[in-house]
Design a protein around this ligand. Structure first.
Ligand SMILES: [Zn+2]
Ligand SMILES: [Zn+2]
Length: 201
């Protein structure tokens, strides 16, 4: 057998083991993963830097089975990719991966309100149109010409002060299409996301 053939076989063997062994992968943030092997070893993998603390990688410089395994788990969506974290949607309760730098509460893609969508204000039952879903938090957004934040406003005090802010146009009478309303009739408001529900839900 040629040397090249032997090397390829050992590469294939490593790839096969990386898929089959019951290795546990845990994301600990910052693109770092803890890998526990069946034999009780724990290694730390830095996925983006392509580094692992195992001897195979440290001394032989190989792309070890731990690095491969973390990549497989990320690709399969079983652990968060670098820059993401595990999160629970504040609206539907579904588990998903949120940006690592966005604190709770967070909303999954399905529960993030889109520009132009019609929503209902839980406080007044009015129909509103979404202008923009922001990442800003209710306790950080100041209401122009007032001394308080969106969270401080009397009508928002029963909502999470750290909720994300959604800008809406308000009000829209029921049965009136957004196309039939002149812009002068509408006022832009900032509300905590929790105050809004999708029309028809
Ligand atoms: Zn390794
Ligand atoms: Zn959701």
């Amino acid at each position: 057998m040629s040397e090249t053939g032997a090397r390829n076989r050992s590469t294939d063997e490593r790839a096969r083991r990386a898929r089959q062994e019951p290795i546990r992968v845990t994301a600990i943030g910052g693109g770092i993963y803890e890998v526990s092997t069946p034999s009780g070893h724990e290694y730390t993998v830095d996925l983006e830097e392509g580094r692992c603390t195992c001897p195979d990688h440290q001394y032989r410089g190989t792309r070890c089975k731990h690095l491969r395994r973390v990549a497989i788990e990320v690709t399969a969506g079983r652990v968060p990719a670098p820059g993401q974290r595990e999160a629970t949607c504040a609206d539907c309760g579904r588990q998903f991966f949120a940006p690592e730098n966005s604190p709770d509460p967070v909303y999954c893609g399905r529960c993030t309100l889109r520009t132009g969508e019609t929503v209902v204000d839980r406080e007044t039952d009015s129909l509103l149109v979404v202008v923009e879903s922001t990442d800003d938090r209710a306790n950080e957004v100041r209401i122009p010409e007032r001394g308080w934040s969106v969270a401080d406003h009397f009508s928002n005090q029963s909502y999470d002060p750290e909720d994300v802010v959604v800008d809406v146009l308000y009000p829209l009478r029921r049965g009136v299409s957004p196309d039939d309303v002149s812009p002068g009739d509408l006022k832009r408001y900032s509300f905590p996301r929790g105050r809004l529900r999708r029309a028809g839900q």
